[in-house]
Design a protein around this ligand. Structure first.
Ligand code: F6P
Length: 323
């Protein structure tokens, strides 16, 4: 079947680079003679027919913008069979030959549900959490990491002057990739991630003690949101060491901002590849990076995969933090 008209949506938490990706989908589609429609507010937009025609003009000046011009949502209604049926019926009614969904795990589960109603779907990984198992790279991670690194570098200046301990909470409700990467990049004293059970004495107190014994008088503890609240950890540090830690929660700052070059270029390549897949008649695929190159994988297979923090990162962190 020749693909004539497609839709693109962003869903779940936004990520810097979603706009360049939408732009790439639109431009690649037009290049192939395919009409492109933006579905606004994630899967809610499909349920409600919240659809807007996109052309070169609608995506101009978006390659450098954070957020998503299509808006995003975590749709409760789409989690129901009735919601999925309505969304599929919108696709049928509008004659959409395929949907490109940019987002994380939840977005791909949604895409899979939609495919069960006969809709052609392609997923593109976009989440600052970088927790999609089938891909090494997710759109937004690079920008979010660099934002967090810049903030922590600034914190370090004042922590050093005052000889303080800083506890910084970075995003990642269920995943510690951002925390681990940022912790390595910032020379953290300790990094706490949800994937690894915490032995507070060994993983925090002993690290601070070692740093002090090695002549340091400021300490940077990086905590992933899902590993515990920064203020609770600061309290525990205070009790155990008599230090008076300062707490910083970076929060949604990490989800905004101009996408980095890496996020822009990868988002552009992924958007282009997603259109090519639909054009070739493929469906139920996720565009991903593996072994340094771009490829695609079946959604079912991708969702069954499990990702964990690399042992090498744990080993390197252990070496860098002195124990
Ligand atoms: O998009 C992923 C993420 O940023 C997680 O790291 C974080 O836990 C969550 O979204 C926050 O979601 P919300 O924007 O709904 O507060």
């Amino acid at each position: 079947m020749a693909i004539k008209r497609i839709g693109v949506l962003t869903s779940g938490g936004d990520a810097p680079g979603m706009n360049p990706c939408v732009r790439a989908v639109v431009r690649a589609a037009l290049y192939r003679g395919i009409e492109c429609y933006g579905i606004r507010r994630g899967y809610n937009g499909l349920i409600n027919g919240d659809v807007v025609k996109l052309d070169e003009k609608s995506v101009s000046h978006t390659i450098n913008r954070g957020g998503t011009i299509l808006y995003t949502a975590r749709s409760k209604e789409f989690m129901t069979e009735e919601g999925q049926r309505k969304a599929a019926s919108t696709c049928k009614f509008l004659g959409l030959d395929g949907i490109i969904a940019i987002g994380g795990d939840g977005t791909f589960r949604g895409a899979l549900a939609l495919s069960k109603f006969g809709v052609n779907v392609i997923g593109i990984p976009g989440t600052i959490d970088n927790d999609i198992a089938c891909t090494n790279y997710c759109i937004g991670f690079d920008t979010a990491a660099n934002t967090a690194i810049e903030c922590i570098d600034k914190l370090r200046d004042t922590m050093q002057s005052h000889e303080r301990c800083s506890v910084v909470e970075v995003m990642g409700r269920n995943a510690g990739y951002l925390a681990m990467y940022v912790g390595l990049a910032c020379g953290a004293t300790a990094v706490l991630v949800p994937e690894k059970p915490i032995d507070f004495e060994q993983d925090v107190v002993e690290k601070i003690r070692q740093a002090r014994l090695n002549g340091f008088t400021h300490y940077m503890i990086v905590v992933a949101e899902g590993a515990g609240s920064a203020s609770a950890i600061a309290e525990q540090i205070k009790e155990a060491t008599d230090l008076d830690p300062r707490v910083t929660v970076l929060g949604h700052i990490q989800r905004g901002g101009t996408p980095t070059g890496r996020d822009r270029v990868n988002a552009t390549k992924m958007g282009y590849l997603a259109v090519e897949l639909l054009k070739e008649g493929k469906t139920n695929r996720i565009v991903c990076t593996q072994d340094g190159g771009f490829t695609d994988i079946d959604i079912d297979e991708a969702l069954a995969m499990h990702k964990n923090i690399q042992q090498m990162e744990i080993d390197v962190l252990a070496a860098m933090t002195g124990i």
